[in-house]
Write a protein that binds this ligand. Structure first.
Ligand code: UTP
Length: 290
């Protein structure tokens, strides 16, 4: 029996330098795709997949992210007085249950591995999901994390979502080396952070959704820096790989790397096109431009 995954960690303490000046004051995770901040898309994915506890690793001046998930009685009063039922329903729709949101501060953005380590006490001794808010996966049916949880229920271990990227772009990602197939998933035999194309073991990039066993936390303790001088989660996963199985899952869906400008803009178009009230207008506007 595998232990149920109840908790999800959302690291939101990065500097978002690729989006300056937009992110000088506003966190990257609050940039909107259509009408919802990136972080809301990802939190909704976790909630819809059955996650019960939401752990934010925040930086200084990121309190706006926590505020976004809190009730706002003044706004609700005004909306009620003005009869704005649809807007009230939309706010209520993404409201997380009271007591389910926790946060911890990462004093300095020392890397993703360090961000997860900062959440160690809130994670405790149970498996957890880790979702990077700057990656969106647009799916038709079950969302990406829900698909991963199905695989986890069948196989246990650690699960990493991957997706194919052009070989000449692998040095922007963590890349997996695959071993034998185990029914519907492949075992991961190694991971390389930002490899040169000629040294990359595959073109399957780690996309930013993980299910990890709590033993990973012990390997983050050493706090050694890896590629880019940051404390990478990849290094800890490599150490845990020697002791526990890791499986790669290619989620059924379209991946948007919203940490890059092109990916973020493409996500806005794709998510607008799936909204019936926007679709025709957006297509007409794009046609005017092309
Ligand atoms: P990124 O590396 O994509 O975000 O980290 P960044 O560093 O903010 O962006 P750039 O490269 O400077 O533009 C992926 C996620 O991990 C968080 C980020 O906030 C982002 O959501 N993160 C990253 C942390 O929480 N702490 C860190 O030390 C690093």
């Amino acid at each position: 029996m595998t232990a149920r995954v109840r908790k999800a960690v959302f690291p939101v303490a990065g500097l978002g330098t690729r989006f300056l000046p937009a992110t000088k004051v506003m966190p990257k995770e609050m940039l909107t795709v259509v009408d919802r901040p990136l972080i809301q898309h990802v939190v909704e994915e976790a909630r819809d997949a059955g996650i019960e506890e939401f752990i934010f690793v925040t930086g200084h001046s990121k309190s706006v992210i926590e505020e976004h998930f809190k009730e706002n009685p003044e706004l609700e009063q005004v909306l009620t007085a003005r009869g704005k039922k649809a807007e009230l329903a939309e706010l209520a729709r993404y409201q997380l249950p009271k007591g389910s949101v926790h946060s911890v501060i990462q004093e300095e953005p020392l890397g993703l591995g360090h961000a997860v380590w900062c959440a160690r006490e809130l994670i405790g001794n149970e498996p957890f999901a880790l979702l990077l808010p700057d990656v969106l996966v647009q799916t038709q049916g079950k969302n990406c994390l829900a698909q991963m949880l199905d695989i986890y229920a069948a196989h246990g271990g650690n699960i990493i979502a991957v997706y194919p990227v052009p070989k000449d772009q692998v040095q922007s990602y963590g890349v997996v080396a695959l071993g034998e197939r185990d029914e519907d998933v492949s075992r991961i035999v190694s991971l390389v952070e930002k490899p040169k194309p000629e040294a990359a073991p595959s073109n399957l990039a780690i996309l930013g959704r993980y299910i990890l066993q709590p033993e990973i936390l012990a390997f983050l303790l050493s706090r050694e820096t890896g590629a880019g001088g940051e404390i990478q989660i990849t290094d800890a996963m490599l150490a845990l790989l020697k002791e526990q199985p890791f499986y790669a899952v290619q989620c059924d869906g379209r991946v948007f790397d919203c940490g890059s400008k092109a990916g973020f803009l493409a996500a806005n178009i794709a998510y607008a096109l799936e909204r019936p009230e926007l679709r025709d207008t957006v297509i007409a506007e794009i046609e005017k431009l092309t």
